[in-house]
Design a protein around this ligand. Structure first.
Ligand code: ZN
Length: 504
C-alpha cells in the first residue's frame, strides 16, 4: 500500500529536518569540544548546512504535498494530524515568503555585526556598532514586511511571530504594564528593608570537580535522563541536541558561587526535560517539537525558580551537601541557603539578575526594540534611551555602554522580538506551577523528600506530550483554564520575598 498524502508530507518534512538536527550537534560541539582553530571552517560548514536545510525545507514538492494533505479526509478528520499540517504549513510559508536575497543579506550582515559587536562591547564603543545596528534594523523591517504584518498589528509582531506564534506587542505591553508597577514597588520596599538574607554561602569556595559531580547528581535526581542526554560545560549555558533521545545541555562553574552553577544546571535541565518529554514518534515534524521559546523558557524557569529556589528544595538538599561538597558545607542551615538563593540586588547585567529585577531588564529591551522596529527610535539614540529607562525602572545610572546597551548578543544576531519570551516564560512558569499544585496537592511539599517525579509527570502529560499541537496562548488556556496573567508570578514572588526581607 502506498503512503497517504499525510504520510508523504510527514516523511518529506522529517527528512528535511535532519540537516537542522545535524547542525545542532555541530554547534554543541563548537561550544564544548572544538579546538579554537576549528572555527573558520566550522562557520563554512554551518553556513552550508543552513543553506541546504533551507533549500530542502522550501522545495516545491513540500508545497504540493501540503496541498494534497490539507485536502485529504485523513487530516480533516483528525485534530492532531490537522494541527501537525497547520504547523508544517506555517514553517513552509515562512521559508518561502522570504526572498533568498534577503535571507543571505541578513545572514551576512549579522555575522559581521556579531563580530563588530563583540569588539565594540569590549571597548564600550557604541559608534563602532551603530552602522551595523542601523542596517540590521532596516533589514528586519524589510523582513517583517515580507512575512506580513498581522491585521491590526505592527511590524514588531511579524518578527516576534518567529519565536512566539501569536505574540503581539499590544498584548505583551498590556501584561507587562501592571507587572512593572508591582515589581518596581516590591524592589523599592526591598531596598529599604533593614533585614535580609545573608550571602555568606555565595562566597564559599567549592572545588570545580566536586561541583561537576554534584550538578550531574542533581540533574539526575530532578529527572533528567542521562541515557538520552549529556551535561557538559560552556561559557554560556544552553540546551541543544538533535532530538528527544539525544539532548545536550551545558552549565558553567564558578569556584566561589555554587548557586551560579546550580541555577544554570536546574534551568538547562528544565529545558532538557522538555526536549526529552517530546514524543519520539513525531520526531522531525511539529508534533515532535517544542511550542515556542516562551513555553520552552517556562519549563527552565519553573525548575530553576519554583523548584530550585523553594524552601522545600533546600530542606531536602542541605543535609546532602557535606558528603558531596566537603565539610565546609555543614556550616550552613537550610534556611540560610534558601535565603542565599533568593537575594535581590538591582544590577546592570541582565544575565546576572535575580528573579525580581530580571523582568525589568526585559521590559527595557522590549520597549526599545519595539520603538526601533516601529521607527520612533533612531538607532543612534539607543544609548540615551537605554540609560534613561535603567534610571527609571531600576534606579541605576549606567556608567558605560559595555554594561548598558551593548551587553546582549541578540540584536547583533538580528534577533528582534526575542527578548519578551524570557518574561513570558517566567509568567507561564508561575501559572503552570500554580495549576500543577492545585491539581495534585502536596506536590510542592514532596520536594522536601526529594520527590520530583510528580511534577515532571504532570509537565509531561500536560505540556511536553503535545509538541506544537496548540499555540502558546491556547496551550495556556487549556492547561490553566485562563489566559496568561502576571498575577500568579507576582503572588508567588511577593509571597516569597517579603517574608525573607522582614516585610511581611
Ligand atoms: Zn532558557
Amino acid at each position: 500500500m502506498s503512503d497517504s498524502p499525510y504520510q508523504t508530507l510527514c516523511h518529506a518534512v522529517a527528512d528535511a529536518s535532519l540537516l537542522g538536527a545535524t547542525s545542532s550537534i555541530l554547534s554543541w560541539d563548537q561550544e564544548t569540544q572544538m579546538p579554537q582553530q576549528g572555527v573558520e571552517l566550522r562557520s563554512r560548514q554551518m553556513a552550508q548546512l543552513a543553506r541546504l536545510a533551507h533549500q530542502m525545507g522550501s522545495r516545491p514538492e513540500i508545497g504540493h504535498a501540503l496541498q494534497r494533505a490539507i485536502e485529504s479526509p485523513e487530516v480533516a478528520g483528525d485534530p492532531a494530524k490537522a494541527a501537525n499540517v497547520r504547523e508544517m504549513r506555517r514553517d513552509f510559508d515562512r521559508r518561502t515568503k522570504l526572498p533568498a536575497r534577503l535571507v543571505e543579506e541578513l545572514a551576512r550582515v549579522s555575522s559581521s555585526a556579531q563580530h563588530e559587536w563583540a569588539a565594540a562591547r569590549k571597548d564600550s564603543d557604541f559608534k563602532r556598532f551603530l552602522p551595523f545596528l542601523d542596517r540590521l534594523v532596516e533589514l528586519n523591517r524589510e523582513q517583517a514586511d515580507c512575512l506580513g504584518v498581522p491585521e491590526g498589528g505592527e511590524r514588531w509582531d511579524a518578527l516576534a511571530e518567529l519565536y512566539e506564534p501569536g505574540c503581539r506587542a499590544a498584548q505583551v505591553s498590556a501584561v507587562f504594564a501592571p507587572l512593572r508597577t508591582r515589581l518596581v514597588s516590591l524592589i523599592d520596599r526591598i531596598k529599604g528593608a533593614t533585614k535580609g538574607p545573608s550571602d555568606r554561602f555565595n562566597q564559599e569556595p567549592f572545588s570545580i570537580d566536586r561541583q561537576r559531580e554534584f550538578m550531574r547528581w542533581t540533574a539526575e535526581r530532578i529527572g533528567f535522563d542521562f541515557s538520552r542526554g549529556r551535561l557538559d560545560q560552556s561559557t554560556h549555558p544552553f540546551c541543544g541536541g538533535s532530538h528527544c533521545r539525544d539532548v545536550r545541555m551545558t552549565t558553567r562553574y564558578k569556584e566561589t558561587c555554587l548557586n551560579d552553577a546550580l541555577g544554570s544546571t536546574m534551568h538547562e535541565a528544565g529545558h532538557g526535560m522538555y526536549e526529552q518529554g517530546l514524543p519520539f514518534e513525531h520526531v522531525g515534524t511539529p508534533l515532535g517539537e517544542a511550542v515556542s521559546l516562551g513555553i520552552h523558557e517556562s519549563q527552565s524557569r519553573l525548575w530553576e525558580n519554583q523548584v530550585g529556589r523553594s524552601a522545600a528544595f533546600w530542606q531536602w538538599l542541605t543535609p546532602q551537601l557535606p558528603a558531596m561538597l566537603g565539610e565546609s558545607a555543614s556550616r550552613y542551615s537550610a534556611e540560610e541557603l534558601y535565603g542565599a538563593a533568593n537575594i535581590v540586588e538591582p544590577g546592570f547585567i541582565r544575565v546576572e539578575a535575580d528573579e525580581a529585577t530580571y523582568n525589568l531588564h526585559i521590559m527595557v529591551r522590549f520597549e526599545l526594540e519595539r520603538a526601533l522596529i516601529g521607527g520612533s527610535l533612531d538607532p543612534k539614540d539607543l544609548p540615551g534611551a537605554w540609560n534613561e529607562k535603567y534610571k527609571e525602572y531600576l534606579g541605576l545610572t549606567v556608567p558605560e555602554d559595555r554594561v548598558g546597551c551593548l551587553q546582549d548578543v541578540h540584536w547583533s544576531m538580528g534577533a528582534f522580538g526575542y527578548f519578551p519570551t524570557y518574561t513570558l516564560g517566567t509568567l507561564y512558569a508561575a501559572q503552570f506551577f500554580d495549576t500543577a499544585c492545585r491539581s495534585s496537592p502536596g506536590l510542592g511539599d514532596g520536594f522536601r523528600r526529594g520527590e520530583f517525579a510528580p511534577l515532571r509527570h504532570w509537565l509531561n502529560a500536560n505540556i511536553h506530550v503535545h509538541g506544537r499541537r496548540f499555540l502558546p496562548g491556547d496551550l495556556c488556556e487549556r492547561v490553566t483554564g485562563g489566559p496568561l496573567s502576571a498575577e500568579h508570578f507576582l503572588t508567588y514572588l511577593e509571597g516569597k520575598l517579603l517574608p525573607l526581607y522582614g516585610l511581611a
